[in-house]
Design a protein around this ligand. Structure first.
Ligand code: FAD
Length: 341
């Protein structure tokens, strides 16, 4: 399709906003629709842009790391054009020496080394870490403030000419293209039937500031943020509700207190979002078998990290350019053989 195509983007989360902005910048006439009547994963997320620790701690190989690093490398340009503020101070793995030795070995397996933080330096960067724990700093993992980033992307999209509508999209209608960036929803393309929900609850401690870097431990991460320290997050596979459930969040509370004992007794709020996951952990990005529909969903734990790469691939498909080296791995048709209705 040539430049100047008319595009409806359904969904104003990290993926939909990034796609809308990139499409408008590429000369498309873009309308972004979202009823914004339900909690959105993008708004509750921790905002980590963490290619290294996501692969090292959550699983993945060289090819996954390359893909996630490529996505992260697109962030500085997107941040500069949209006003999103990136925190590039880094992330420290913090834990007992036995666990840290495993992390160190996994990093080395990817040819990476963290910086061993002497305890005095850790205390200076992030006061309150439990005695006896050690830390390994990785500069590659950044973060952003999700709500501020959503606002900045929205303002940049508006300035680029994107029209916003507070409505649910049901079909492509007269537009040349429909981009389905609808998170865990599964209505707008048959490929979305492959998405499975993973509920995530995240705690925010309004009275706790957190330190200069994000922390990753064996059972939790602790991220400094505007609304106070964020402690995340539960991974509740198969759950698509956003109800606060203190029982399933209890192990997270304990892991947080083991990392930062000062959290014991501190007041916190819980919010919940639903991640959309595919069988291989990578999103569905590209043409649907439904004519005129492009899918951009299923980013699991890494929607913020992946957003600029998803936007780049979607825009290439709409404008008829080469969608790049990751298009095949993200192709929504890759599960077609085993697809169920
Ligand atoms: C607790 C938690 C912590 C997380 N932490 C991180 C992190 O640190 N880093 C990271 O990269 N990722 C993180 N994630 C994952 C990340 O939040 C998601 O991958 C990402 O937000 C998905 O963005 P999205 O735009 O696909 O979906 P969403 O943000 O869910 O947005 C989808 C939007 O589509 C709209 N919609 C649905 N159907 C329709 C329709 N028919 N028409 C119009 N609009 C529709 C919805 O209203 C919604 O606003 C976290 C997730 C959770 C739950």
């Amino acid at each position: 399709m040539s430049r100047g195509a008319s595009v409806i983007v359904a969904g104003a989360g990290a993926l939909g906003l990034s796609c809308a902005l990139a499409l408008a910048d590429a000369g498309c006439s873009v309308t972004l629709c979202d009823p914004l009547d339900a909690p959105q994963a993008s708004a509750v997320a921790a905002g980590m842009l963490a290619p290294v620790f996501e692969v090292v701690l959550d699983g993945g190989g060289e090819a996954d790391l390359a893909l996630l690093l490529s996505a992260r490398n697109l962030w500085p340009a997107l941040a500069a054009s949209s006003g999103v503020i990136l925190d590039r101070a880094g992330t420290a793995a913090v834990g007992p020496e036995a666990w840290l030795a495993e992390v160190r070995a996994r990093l080395l397996g990817f040819g990476l080394r963290g910086v061993e933080l002497p305890r005095t330096m850790l205390d200076e960067m992030t006061p309150g870490v439990a005695p006896g724990l050690r830390a390994l700093l990785v500069r590659e993992d950044w973060r952003l403030e999700p709500r501020a980033a959503l606002a900045a992307l929205r303002a940049a999209a508006q300035a680029a000419g994107v029209q916003f509508r507070a409505e649910t999209v049901r079909e492509r209608g007269a537009a040349d293209w429909l981009v389905a960036a609808t998170g865990a929803a599964r209505d707008l393309a048959p490929e979305l039937s492959r998405l499975a929900p993973i509920k995530g609850q995240i705690l925010r401690y309004p009275g706790v500031r957190g330190g200069a870097v994000s922390l990753r431990s064996e059972g939790a991460y602790a991220v400094p943020g505007e609304g106070g320290l964020a402690l995340g997050a539960t991974m509740e596979a198969g759950r698509a509700d956003t109800a606060v459930d203190r029982t399933s969040a209890a192990p997270l509370v304990r892991a947080g207190e083991a990392l930062l004992p000062g959290l014991a007794g501190a007041a916190f709020e819980i919010s919940a979002g639903v991640r959309a996951a595919t069988p291989d952990g990578l999103p569905l990005v590209g043409p649907s078998r439904e004519p005129g529909v492009i899918v951009a969903a299923g980013a699991r734990r890494n929607g913020w990290l992946l957003a600029p790469l998803v936007a780049q691939v979607v825009t290439a498909h709409v404008t008829g350019r080469d969608p790049g080296p990751y298009a095949a791995r993200l192709d929504p048709a890759r599960f077609a053989a085993g697809e169920t209705a």
